[in-house]
Ligand binder design. Sequence first.
Ligand code: PLP
Length: 392
Amino acid sequence: MSSDLPSRNRPGSSTLGIHGGEAARQPGAPVVPPLVQSATFLWGKPSDGELLYSRYGNNPNQQALARKVAALEGTKAATVLASGMGATAMTLLALTTSGDHIVASKLLYGATQSLLGTELPRRGVETTFVEPDGGRTWRGALRPKTRVLFVETPTNPTLRIVDPRPLSELARERGIVLVMDATFASPVNLRPAELGVDVVIHSATKYLSGHSDLIAGVVAGPAELIAEVTRVSRLYGPAIDPHACWLLDRGIRTLDVRMGRHNENALELARWFEAQPLVERVFHPGLESHPDHALARELLSGFGGMLSLVLKGGGEAADRFTAALKLAVVAPSLGGVETLVSQPRYTSHAALSPAELAAQGIADGFVRISVGVENVEDLRADFAQALEALAA
Ligand SMILES: Cc1ncc(COP(=O)(O)O)c(C=O)c1O
């Protein structure tokens, strides 16, 4: 942020989303950062300074965005990569080596589960999955070679809230690293670093970008850890294209106002769904019926734009409900301005068996809704006519 701006302890998220990491202002400088769509940069000899190359993550768009993300998360450093999975994979490759061990929450995005459960073991890194709530289960799973605790909050798709504070104490005690995927919260609703999380990951494809038009991921944390993630990323190569970076920066400028509307719309619809006779259960951290409601009130500054339902009538009812929607779009992913509806058994958790789905609380008839920023009355009308179609 420009040094001319008045400083207080921490500027608000809306200010940081627009000005975070900004270079000092010079007369004639463009108000919007220019897109530097160049793979390489003039460089002839070591005295020319750092060698710039867009795979290295040091293109001006990549660097400015990394500074903005670090400002939003309140961490020393950050890096921006080509996808959320790229961010998770590079972080875990940076933190572990063959023979090491990870303890992870059982409640994770499906691809993260596969990365930890089947892919990393091929490289000699094993993971023990635990029930996420309570420090005791985590402590019991530790081994001498445990290097990382990995958790997601709110969880996909049951929206459980995991308290990082006892995990952070455990990580400090053992000299290991606590990593959190906070994609569902966004940096507006939750700032994990303030609660003791060492490394924060987001699929920036979701709320950070906010328009369902790009794929990206971010990793924020201490400078030396981010330097290691950057070193590994330069070798594996998941660099983000400058144009995607430019679009992501533009999306982040409105993150705070978008999150405000996502939070409002989702809470209102969650309360409405709870009163519908064809709905068996609603999952949303803002509802008193949610198992982590008290914790959500304590840790989050907004309950988020995600909600899930279990419809009476099981999978067949879920298929009929989604087929009847006219305004909400039936598609995977989340966090965009448009409302997206999906069934995790077909999408994010398609790799899980029926027993594994049930163990994660994904009952037959489960529907996940990423509530967008449309007029909430229009959304309610669409969901009401889809429920009527179900009753018919
Ligand atoms: C919680 C969470 N983390 C990570 C990812 C992966 O993100 P990307 O698709 O950007 O690789 C997703 C994707 O849905 C997600 O929901």
